[in-house]
Write a protein that binds this ligand. Sequence first.
Ligand SMILES: NC(=O)C1=CN([C@@H]2O[C@H](COP(=O)(O)OP(=O)(O)OC[C@H]3O[C@@H](n4cnc5c(N)ncnc54)[C@H](OP(=O)(O)O)[C@@H]3O)[C@@H](O)[C@H]2O)C=CC1
Ligand SMILES: O=C(O)C1=N[C@H](C(=O)O)C[C@H](O)C1
Length: 272
Amino acid sequence: MTTPPIRLAINGASGRMGSALLALLRDDPRFELVHAVVAPGSVDDGQPIHHGAALRFAHDWSGAPALDVVIDFSGPAALEGALTHCLAHGIALVSGTTGLDAAMEARLDQAGQRIALLRAANFSLGVAVLTRLLRNAAAALPGWDLEIVEAHHNRKQDAPSGTALALGHAAAEARKTTLDHAAVYSREGQTGPRAEGSIGFAVVRGGDIVGEHTALLIGQGERVELGHRATDRSIFARGALQAAHWLSSRPAGHWRIDDVIATPRQVSAHHE
Ligand SMILES: NC(=O)C1=CN([C@@H]2O[C@H](COP(=O)(O)OP(=O)(O)OC[C@H]3O[C@@H](n4cnc5c(N)ncnc54)[C@H](OP(=O)(O)O)[C@@H]3O)[C@@H](O)[C@H]2O)C=CC1
Ligand SMILES: O=C(O)C1=N[C@H](C(=O)O)C[C@H](O)C1
């Protein structure tokens, strides 16, 4: 007996990540794309999702058919609409949107009690491994200064990137502190030496850089550099589709990209 395809919707469907997802979905029998939401008033609104396709871009969730999972790569305001629809209909949600405010973070925390929710600041396998390496290095070199440098394209809306912040959280946790306590986001106007135990962030924006992250652990007379460079955003789209496939059969809860990479028998939902 063959399994029916997963009924999928994309939020932010005509953006950079939305387009990368649409390209992969043209050749992925695991999914049936049944709804694709773009910004209200966008030039794509009402247009076929690609030449000759029956499905047209929609500007909201009002006409959405029955769904198994929504993938969101949009912006903070657009995520709100997708989340409301998922909560109302018990639909699983995979979101890669970064730069959310505290109110939206709190809403998402609550949402995990009612729907299966998987959020990741970065869906690449390489960044998942980088995070593990940084956790180990930060704990093994507790007295070394840690700086996180990220670079992205000139259209990016948020800074530092969601990935840089997630790397900072992982390192802070490994050193038994928090980013609230340790982070330094700017040194403008600073006088005096670097604060001991702090985690510094530096941001580069330009051109078409897809996404680069380097963690520098700097000691006396030596340093360790751990880095990742994305050169094609289809890596994020492929990771998000893998996560959506995996999440579509999970119960409500907060799930992580590490859960997808681990074997299913080793995991349980996180209700923190
Ligand atoms: N987790 C990960 O692995 C990754 C995360 N990201 C994150 O994903 C997000 C999107 O990135 P990216 O694709 O580069 O950004 P884009 O700006 O290219 O795409 C976002 C899209 O959302 C659209 N949009 C705006 N309002 C709505 C709405 N109400 N409903 C539906 N769509 C809407 C925008 O339309 P318009 O332009 O017309 O406003 C735009 O097309 C960012 O937060 C980014 O940081 C990106 C890459 C990887
Ligand atoms: O906006 C982007 O492009 C990216 N955003 C994510 C982030 O903020 O970390 C992930 C990736 O680096 C690309």
